[in-house]
Write a protein that binds this ligand. Structure first.
Ligand code: CO
Ligand code: CO
Length: 323
């Protein structure tokens, strides 16, 4: 949305900007010196669960994710709070902030300030600053033909949280999805350090297919997925069949437009692969021969190391999904 709105607006060009908005990458990167660059990102959203403490934790984990996806280590953050102070108890906001603070503590990130406004609708998140070695930035536009594609968390948070809103999601199913959303991508980032990684992005609002499309387009390649290999959270398919479909699914389909071929893939699988994720996993592109070894290391940290597809030279469309 922002990229289109910024079109034809004259933006100041600074040679130290290593990654700017025009690249549709996960975060901006600014060179400080030869060894250090600042990774900068901001993310905030409306509640995805009922419990304010858990919502705060998820918002924090989600806001840190883009820094990890760039290969960076988050260092400090500023909170962004929109809150209906006239309608809700101060205790609710306290719980949101306590949740956020606990997650930032786990990530060893200092919260050094913030900004709050009165708003009829709650929104919460952070502006996060991290550091990265300028030679070791994981862009989302450097996938290469011959790469394998790994996904580190199952899909389905958009469908499951929609089910929570309509009271269709059981506590057990909600709990599993919450555990995944709370899981920081930090250790996946650490494990990647010893591998010849080509490209990484985190799977969030555009869904697996939307973020894969950005990666394939940016890399000038075609990504081929096997729909049946894609990991799905328990309960998500059933909820999708009950109509618990977030609006993001169809807008994500529109975002990818004509640049996709679905080869005999059921509409249910398509919905899962387009489902907008909150605090989703990483989509990692690396040489096929290294993929199994990284998968083992990711699994040792409690992530999935699921190989869901591969990268080939560009042919007709950026995304191809086989059943
Ligand atoms: Co991202
Ligand atoms: Co293209």
């Amino acid at each position: 949305m922002l990229q289109r709105a910024l079109a034809e607006i004259n933006v100041f060009k600074d040679p130290n900007v290593l990654v700017g908005f025009e690249k549709a990458d996960d975060a901006g990167v600014y060179r400080l010196d030869d060894q250090n660059a600042l990774v900068q990102t901001v993310d905030f959203f409306t509640p995805v669960v009922d419990d304010p403490f858990i919502y705060g934790q998820i918002a924090a984990a989600n806001s840190l994710s883009d820094v990890y996806a760039m290969g960076g280590i988050p260092r400090f953050a500023l909170s962004i709070v929109c809150f209906p102070a006239d309608k809700l108890a101060a205790e609710v906001l306290h719980e949101i902030l306590r949740g956020g603070s606990e997650k930032m503590h786990e990530a060893q990130v200092a919260v050094i300030g913030g900004h709050s406004v009165r708003d009829p609708e709650i929104k919460f998140g952070y502006c996060v600053s991290g550091l990265v070695n300028p030679q070791k930035i994981y862009s989302n536009s450097a996938a290469k033909p011959g790469d394998a594609l790994l996904l580190t968390k199952p899909l389905g948070t958009g469908i499951i949280t929609t089910g929570i809103k309509f009271e269709k999601t059981s506590d057990e199913i909600a709990q599993e999805a919450i555990e995944w959303m709370l899981k920081l991508n930090a250790k996946a980032r650490d494990r990647m350090e010893n591998f010849p990684i080509h490209s990484v992005t985190d799977v969030t609002g555009y869904g697996l297919i939307g973020h894969a499309y950005e990666m394939a387009h940016g890399s000038g390649t075609t990504m081929i997925f096997r729909a049946n290999e894609v990991p799905v959270m328990r309960g998500a398919e059933k909820l999708a069949k009950q109509g618990m479909l977030p609006g993001g699914i169809e807008s994500n389909r529109g975002y990818v437009g004509q640049s996709i071929v679905w080869n005999g893939v059921s509409s249910l699988r398509q919905q899962i692969m387009l489902d907008p994720q909150t605090s989703g996993g990483l989509l990692i592109s690396l040489p096929e021969e290294e993929a199994k070894r990284l998968a083992v290391e990711l699994e040792a940290e409690g992530f999935l190391g699921q190989q869901i597809g591969c990268v080939s030279a560009f042919k007709e469309t950026h995304i191809r999904v086989e059943s």
